[in-house]
Design a protein around this ligand. Sequence first.
Ligand SMILES: Cc1cc2nc3c(=O)[nH]c(=O)nc-3n(C[C@H](O)[C@H](O)[C@H](O)COP(=O)(O)OP(=O)(O)OC[C@H]3O[C@@H](n4cnc5c(N)ncnc54)[C@H](O)[C@@H]3O)c2cc1C
Length: 284
Amino acid sequence: MTGTAAPARFQLFPLQVVRAARITPHMARITLGGGGLTGFVNGGLDQRIKLLLPQPGQSEPLTPPGDGEFGWYRTWRGMDPAVRPVLRTYTVREQRHDPDEIDLDIVVHGEAGGPGSRWALTAAPGDRVIVCGPAVEEAGGVEFRLPAGADWVLLAADEAALPAVAAILAELPAGLPVRVFAEVEEPGEEAYLAGPADRPGLGVTWLYRSKGAPTLPEAVRAAELPAGEPYAWIAGEAASVRELRRHLVGERGTDRRAVCFMGYWRAGRTEDQRADDGPQDEED
Ligand SMILES: Cc1cc2nc3c(=O)[nH]c(=O)nc-3n(C[C@H](O)[C@H](O)[C@H](O)COP(=O)(O)OP(=O)(O)OC[C@H]3O[C@@H](n4cnc5c(N)ncnc54)[C@H](O)[C@@H]3O)c2cc1C
């Protein structure tokens, strides 16, 4: 029997930092390119990728060898943690062509920030990284799926999920009402959604931790929301996301299939520790 293997949905793209800029007080935009993006097929919306970063003292990340879509990941797991690349998850904020570039918007979360946040603070043109990203149409890694018949969309996010919110807003059908609840550290971050905020039918509520504003779940619980069937997309700190999902499904009676929710990070746990913890953000 003969057969042609299906093309890998994801592959490793060796890339360079083209530009790095602070676009709000807590958000760095890292533009990656340098010729390595041939075959990168952004699925749009909340498309996630894995970023492989060098360890301190390395000029570039080691490339974990491996066959197939995620053969590299099996190799990576067996490598010495002191030398294997640091693995972090981010969203493709935008892909452009001529020249091929992608933007990653990375939250710089203070002194206690981990290697992803620290890397974003110092990234400079020419720095080398690897991205594990989509290599075919509909590769996966996109969770936002607007059902036919949704009357309006709820997007609830903290800083880590604002890149996905911005990318989703850029693709939603014109005229569909959207309510965004965005929890950020302090005033000054609103500029991040300045472009999409012009969209007709969009209402954005900003919540500031430093000023003691309500949390995301508290703000949504207290809000008067539009009538009709919503599609809700919630992402951010894992415990907050779970609490908000419970409110929507348990207290507001939202169809659980119409609530997409993802813990993007967990207070007090690094991404490596979360991977070791296993899935914890599933329905309960
Ligand atoms: C599908 C998906 C898409 C994501 N997209 C983005 C994105 O586009 N931009 C982005 O910035 N992040 C995004 N994230 C979140 C990002 O992967 C995590 O925040 C990650 O932990 C950052 O790694 P780090 O090395 O900076 O911190 P880690 O080493 O993982 O953690 C160090 C410490 O920082 C805390 N911490 C981690 N993240 C945050 C945060 N955002 N705010 C405050 N404290 C934090 C941890 O609890 C821990 O105590 C995404 C996550 C997922 C699952």
